[in-house]
Ligand binder design. Structure first.
Ligand SMILES: [Zn+2]
Length: 99
């Protein structure tokens, strides 16, 4: 059997490493910021999304890590952490069921 890109794409995958503070829904960040009176770079969904998502852009490690200040700012209560963890598991399940 030869190993090629098509085979690699077809093989089942597992999540080896996932950061809670890097896996939040934008809607949730906006909602928690409003609830906990946290100031964000923007309170508009698309602007906040652009501020958080790196995509194909190349950034320095510092620029990458800076984004966690935003997500960590709304992760400061037990209730927020519970919601964020619950939603991450929901999102993982949805991805598993979609594939
Ligand atoms: Zn890590």
């Amino acid at each position: 059997m030869s190993i090629n890109i098509e085979l690699l794409k077809r093989l089942p995958k597992v999540e080896l490493h996932c950061h809670l503070d890097g896996s939040m829904r934008i809607e949730t960040i906006l909602d928690l910021a409003q609830k906990d009176k946290v100031k964000l770079p923007s309170s508009k969904f698309e602007e906040l999304r652009k501020a958080l998502i790196i995509g194909d852009n190349r950034v320095t490690l510092e620029e990458y890590i800076d984004r966690f200040d935003i997500t960590l700012s709304v992760m400061q209560t037990p209730e927020s952490l519970k919601r964020i963890a619950f939603e991450l598991i929901e999102d993982v399940l949805k991805r598993m069921l979609d594939t």
